[in-house]
Write a protein that binds this ligand. Structure first.
Ligand code: PSU
Ligand code: MN
Length: 294
C-alpha cells in the first residue's frame, strides 16, 4: 500500500481525512467530465477542512490518496477493472489497474484508519434479486467495516425497500441527514421511512463515536438527500428505458450497475449527470464536516 504523504501526515496528526472511491471516476461518470469532477470532489473536501484520499489500484499497488497524474491515469485509461473486495487480490497480483467500489474503498480506508468516506450512491439489492441473488457486496462489507459513508441513498435502478431490509439485517446503522425517509439518489425521497435522523455533522459524528464505544461491527451510512432533485417524470421514463435496455442486452453480474448508470446519463441528456455531480459534491462537503467533527 502506498499512502500519499499528505494523507499519512494528516492521519498521524489526527487531522480529518475523507476517503473517496474511484469506480465513480472510472465507471460511474462519462469522460472527460469524470476527471474534472474527480478534481472538484477533492477540492470540495479541502475547502470544508479535510484532506481527500481517493483510493485506487495502479499497476498492482494500492494507492491511498492520488496525485493529479494518478487521477488522470485513472480517468482516461479505459483499462481499469471495477474492483470489489474480492477482486483486489487478483488485480494486485497481476499488477493491473483497478477502480475501487464502495465496498473495496471502505475496506482499504478502514485498514489505514480513515473513518469517513464520501460517495454518490451505495450498491444494493437489484430488482429481481429473488431469482438472480444479485446483491452488491457493498452491503456485506458495510456489515463488518466501521466506516461512516456519506451517500445520497441508492438509485431507483435498485430495489430500495429490499436494500433497506438487508441493511437492517446486516446491522448497518442508517441515518437520514435532515430527512426521515431514505433518499433515492436523483430523487429526494424513496418514500421509505428510516428510523434515525441527524441534523448536523456533530450529531452524525456523535453516532460514529457511540458506535465505537458499543463495539457495533458495522458501518454508519449517512443518507444525504439532493437539494435540487431531477424532474420525476423524466426520471421515471429513463429508469424504465434503462431497465428494459439491460434486459434486452442480457447484461449480467458486475456489468449491470455501470450499464444502467451509462444508460441513465445518455437518456437524460446530461440532466442526471448534473444531478450526480451536485450530489457527490454535497456529500464530499458533508463528509469533510463530519470528519472534522470527529
Ligand atoms: N451506484 C451509483 N454510482 C456508482 C456506483 C453505484 O449510483 O458509481 C458504483 C459504486 O462504486 C458501487 C458499485 O460500490 O457501483 C456497486 O456495484 P455492484 O452493484 O456491482 O456491487
Ligand atoms: Mn452484482
Amino acid at each position: 500500500m502506498r499512502v500519499l504523504p499528505e494523507v499519512e501526515a494528516a492521519l498521524a496528526a489526527g487531522k480529518p481525512v475523507v476517503a473517496l472511491e474511484s469506480t465513480i471516476i472510472a465507471h460511474g461518470l462519462p469522460r472527460p467530465d469524470n476527471l474534472r469532477v474527480a478534481r472538484e470532489i477533492e477540492a470540495t473536501v479541502r475547502s470544508h477542512g479535510a484532506v481527500p484520499a481517493t483510493i485506487a489500484i495502479l499497476g498492482g499497488e494500492v494507492r491511498i490518496g492520488l496525485d493529479d497524474e494518478a487521477l488522470e491515469a485513472l480517468a482516461y485509461s479505459g483499462e481499469v477493472a471495477k474492483c470489489g473486495v474480492r477482486d483486489l487480490p487478483a488485480v494486485i497480483a497481476r499488477g493491473e489497474d483497478g477502480a475501487t467500489t464502495v465496498a473495496a474503498t471502505s475496506h482499504l480506508a478502514d485498514r489505514v484508519g480513515i473513518r469517513v468516506f464520501a460517495t454518490g450512491g451505495l450498491g444494493g439489492v437489484h430488482r429481481g434479486a429473488q431469482d438472480t441473488f444479485d446483491e452488491s457486496a457493498d452491503l456485506g462489507t458495510l456489515a463488518r467495516t466501521g466506516i461512516c459513508v456519506v451517500c445520497a441513498g441508492v438509485k431507483s435502478i435498485l430495489d430500495i425497500p429490499a436494500t433497506l431490509e438487508r441493511l437492517e439485517t446486516l446491522n448497518v446503522t442508517v441515518l437520514g441527514y435532515g430527512t426521515d425517509t431514505f433518499p433515492a439518489f436523483y430523487l429526494q425521497s424513496s418514500g421509505v421511512p428510516i428510523t434515525w435522523r441527524v441534523d448536523s455533522p456533530e450529531a452524525a459524528a456523535a453516532v460514529v463515536r457511540a458506535r465505537d464505544e458499543v463495539g457495533a461491527p458495522g458501518g454508519v451510512v449517512v443518507a444525504n438527500p439532493l437539494d435540487e432533485p431531477m424532474d420525476a417524470a423524466l426520471h421515471d421514463r429513463v429508469l424504465r428505458e434503462s431497465l428494459q435496455a439491460a434486459e434486452a442486452a442480457g447484461v449480467r453480474g458486475r456489468d449491470i450497475t455501470p450499464f444502467l448508470l451509462e444508460h441513465f446519463h445518455s437518456g437524460t441528456e446530461g440532466e442526471s449527470l448534473r444531478a450526480n455531480v451536485r450530489l457527490v459534491l454535497r456529500n464530499a462537503a458533508l463528509a469533510a464536516e463530519i470528519a472534522a467533527a470527529l
